[in-house]
Design a protein around this ligand. Sequence first.
Ligand SMILES: CSC[C@H]1O[C@@H](n2cnc3c(O)ncnc32)[C@H](O)[C@@H]1O
Ligand code: ZN
Length: 453
Amino acid sequence: MSAASDKTPVDMIVHGSYLVTMDDAKGVIEGGAVAVKDGAIVAVGTDAEITGAYTSDQVIAGEGRVLMPGLVNAHTHTAMTLFRGMADDLELMTWLTKYIFPMEGRYVDPDFIKVGSELACWEMIQSGTTSFVDMYFYPEVIAGVVDKCGLRAVITAPMIDFPSPGFKGWDDSFNAGVKFVRDWQGKNARITPGLAPHAPYTVSKEHLADVAKVAIELDAPISIHIAEDKSELDTIRGKYQQTSIEELSDVGMLDAQVIAAHVVWPSDSDMKLVAGKNFAAIHNPTSNMKTGAGFSPVPKLLEAGVTVGLATDGAASNNNLNMWDEIHLAALVHKGVATDPTVLPAATALDLATRMGAKAAGLEGVTGVLKSGLRADMIQVSIDSLRMQPLYDVVSQLVYVADQQDVVTTIVDGNVLMQDGKVLTIDEDALRARVLEISARIRADVEKTRAAN
Ligand SMILES: CSC[C@H]1O[C@@H](n2cnc3c(O)ncnc32)[C@H](O)[C@@H]1O
Ligand SMILES: [Zn+2]
């Protein structure tokens, strides 16, 4: 053991009874720690290795805790938390066109976005999500909330052919999206701006081509809903005699970085088309089951070499932003669909929410793995509960047992956003008051909308 003066000073040392690194080279370390300096991970090792080489004034103990990379929610609509539980048990297009679009038209404004996004960020910090990909209105307001609460996000600007909150139509939303990317590129290292043409049934082929072109020019990611349900495939087949993914290929979008939400109905040739491209299929198991969209062929996508991320979708079709539910479902539903329990093992489910999820979001080399050189985005998950005992396999326990209440610490970029279960960067009481105020206004309208449908 070296003397204190021989040790390298760092900003923080975080311990864990187990380190689930998601790094093939290190795997799971029993009794380990991570040293952090200037927001980056500088070393990952056993307790003895780290405390022997590093010293810090800020040490977070790890007894009874798993230390692992923060979770990546690769597709959500943050401010839709304020529409949670408003319209349930409806098929996708009815839900969207008869309930969600009309309510968005009436209620979505910058204040709604600020409060709804803050509620979402609170929920994500509290449940161990450290990065997310967002697609919603007033992205500059969402970016302000993310800047303040400390999370990492890819924030994509909405583009849609018809009038929507803040826009008269396509030209408006397209120009505002491009401006958002230009304004936010390089502004905050935790925020990556991108473009979000909503879906192939709400954005014309010509407009999708315009988005592809400008995204490539700007080197910005695109997020889009694609191949979500069978009715979308019928619509696009009727219009263009091709699949939605063939349409993306046709307009040049597969030469850009595409974060494709859902991908429930890709054909075998669609999978070949996107494999090897900068294309990620984002699996939203809860949302897809809730809207009756179907089950994405995730094992087949992975086998074809497609990058797959995991996500909640918005809280209006989930109805929460708890990634542990999605990890759980990803590990279970495909076994049921295939009647084969070896399909999508626990370690793969965890990978989709961390290492591969980060790649899917375009954040490979930034987050998703506990590895020297990456940003210090990590969480501690308590294994103190009797629910966690006996513990024979820590990855199995995380995938099949852990839930949001077990997350005790959330750290992003070396900053502690939650400690001992208390979110530090959001004023909970003020947020609650604003959520109650806005939801009181919406409540009467929810009943009217339900009655009208
Ligand atoms: C252009 S902003 C995002 C837009 O998408 C809507 N939305 C939310 N969830 C889904 C989904 O699963 N499929 C399609 N569209 C969805 C949201 O309400 C906004 O209008
Ligand atoms: Zn969505």
